[in-house]
Design a protein. Structure first.
Length: 324
């Protein structure tokens, strides 16, 4: 048994979700394999996340952006890998945590699920809510005893830019992220998605065997021109959330339309779901491990049943005292 899936009760939203393209992550390569990337349509994914944690608009926007970017790290994983992404900031939201698994599941939570607002939002600059802080990636493979962690300083103004900054500083890989969530006038999430592109390490040498002319200068110039063109194409992408809010949009058309010059090839499609491995049995076993005096207090004074909320996915479990 896994996460208790919260129901989306808004009929207008449910009708809209039934009409748009299905959620899917598409992995692609281009420029003769020099660039790899992924495009994730996650409108239902974000709505499920919101329902699980019962979030407002600002909270949905922050945790949604982080969760979309976290989902984009799944194609970068090797074998059976689990990644925990943690942001600790100086803003009123305090921070967020996203966990992504190579199997295609993501779960996440905010430190403050009800962020105080002094005045109505004027823009989507997140610096007042996240603030300057630290972004930590902790990765663990199935055979690892301990995670491998790396932390960088980020400014907290834009989550996609923070993720790109992490890869530039820690992984030393030229990576760009773009994430977007579209709300309607009533605050419903009607479109959500994210994309990344990443420059793969190149192999070099001389122009031809036996040549006395070093080809690195020429290769560097070609590389710089390629990166400039790809970056311009990436920046030309309209709002991904707005695109996915439209019923006629097609993810493959987005990829081919943006990067046609670089001959993109879609190599794989993957399902990404908002999910958590929590269960009633997990929390029941945790309770049974409490000190005996605490167990006696629960049996005598209740409450009965115990109500336990999984912080990581918002699932609410009711456990009768008689089962402890």
């Amino acid at each position: 048994m896994c996460m208790i899936k919260a129901e989306i009760t808004d009929k207008t939203l449910s009708e809209h979700l039934s009409k748009i393209e299905e959620d899917k992550l598409r992995i692609f390569t281009m420029a003769d394999g020099r660039i790899r990337g992924a495009l994730f349509h996650g409108t239902r994914f974000i709505n499920q996340m919101r329902a699980q944690h019962n979030l407002g608009i600002l909270e949905t926007y922050i945790l949604g952006q982080a969760s979309l970017c976290g989902a984009l790290t799944i194609p970068m994983m090797k074998d059976m890998e689990h990644t925990l992404i943690r942001f600790e900031g100086t803003g009123s939201a305090d921070g967020y945590t996203v966990e992504a698994d190579s199997t295609g599941s993501v779960r996440s939570y905010l430190e403050q699920e009800h962020i105080p607002l002094d005045k109505p939002l004027e823009n989507w600059n997140l610096k007042p809510f996240l603030g300057a802080g630290n972004l930590t990636f902790s990765r663990i493979h199935k055979d690892d005893k301990y995670p491998q962690s790396s932390t960088v300083d980020v400014d907290g103004e834009n989550i996609a830019h923070d993720f790109a900054s992490y890869f530039a500083q820690s992984e030393q890989i030229n990576t760009a992220f773009n994430s977007s969530i579209q709300f309607d006038r009533e605050g419903r999430v009607v479109g959500a998605g994210a994309m990344y592109i990443q420059v793969m390490p190149k192999t070099g040498g001389t122009a031809e065997l036996g040549s006395q002319v070093d080809s690195h200068a020429e290769e560097d110039a070609d590389e710089e021109e390629l990166l400039r063109k790809v970056e311009n194409a990436f920046k030309a992408c309209p709002s991904i959330g707005l695109l996915y809010s439209e019923s006629e949009v097609d993810s493959e058309d987005i990829i081919l339309g943006l990067f046609r010059e670089f001959q993109p090839t879609i190599t794989m499609k993957r399902d990404i779901i908002y999910d958590c491995p929590c269960s009633k049995d997990y929390f029941l076993n945790h309770i049974r491990g409490l000190p005996q005096k605490d167990l006696e207090d629960i049996r005598k004074n209740g409450p009965d049943p115990l109500e336990i909320t999984c912080r990581k996915c918002g699932s609410v479990y009711h456990i009768p005292v008689s089962e402890i």
